[in-house]
Design a protein around this ligand. Structure first.
Ligand SMILES: [Zn+2]
Ligand SMILES: [Zn+2]
Length: 218
């Protein structure tokens, strides 16, 4: 299993390349589908099977609907974010620190590049796996940033923590935006209890070690 991280605008694509299929985690902002399509051409592959959306935010599913249309891949997410995905929602909750900048910036971004709705084809709860798509990965429900925020844990010990964790230099739990701040500490504990070896975050190309994850205090 090979991981390609494709930065695109405010977000990025995490593309998992396996001999029997390609799997995508998150879809950046609207209008970035060409970044992913160029990578598929470079790889000489057209078998994108799955798009897992970690949460219903503008910078994580913006290009999901276009990629489903262009590749036929199925979109999956946690049920608690399904309604927002279906109506083009991107709930920012109550900001802390400079998180208020997102409240100012998102409406502007949405006016320039509207957020296409991306109703999921299927939903998975905490502890369920993506094995029926050929991907050995478990869904960890880690709410707080959004109600249906999830982390994905691969069988090889690699985790994708999306926006639960920030900053590779000084890793910390989400401290800018949450729909429910009380859920962040137990969600961090939930990811820590899964003991991943390597952890990728939603807005960094560089992962942190499992040891660094264990050192994060809520
Ligand atoms: Zn987010
Ligand atoms: Zn994000």
């Amino acid at each position: 299993m090979k991981l390609h991280i494709l930065p695109a605008g405010l977000g990025q694509f995490f593309l998992l390349e396996d001999p029997h299929g390609l799997f995508l985690i998150d879809c950046s902002t609207p209008g970035k589908e060409d970044v992913l399509l160029a990578k598929l051409r470079e790889l000489g592959r057209s078998d994108l099977k799955l798009i897992w959306i970690t949460h219903a935010h503008y910078d994580h599913y913006g290009s999901a609907a276009a990629l489903r249309r262009l590749t036929g891949a199925r979109i999956g997410a946690h049920p608690a974010d399904a309604d927002d995905l279906a109506r083009g929602g991107s709930p920012l909750g109550s900001p802390r620190g400079y998180g208020f900048l997102y409240l100012l910036g998102q409406p502007l971004a949405r006016r320039i590049h509207p957020l296409p709705p991306a109703p999921p084809d299927f939903t998975l709860e905490d502890g369920e796996t993506l094995e029926r798509f050929g991907l050995e990965a478990t869904v960890l429900h880690t709410p707080g940033h959004t109600p249906g925020h999830t982390c994905l844990l691969l069988a090889n010990g690699t985790a994708f923590a999306a926006d639960l964790i920030g900053s590779p230099r000084r890793p910390h739990a989400q401290n800018l935006l949450a729909t429910d701040w009380r859920q962040i500490p137990p969600s961090l504990a939930h990811l820590q209890a899964a003991h991943p070896q390597v952890v990728y975050m939603g807005h960094s190309r560089r992962p942190i070690t499992g040891q660094a994850l264990q050192g994060i205090r809520p």
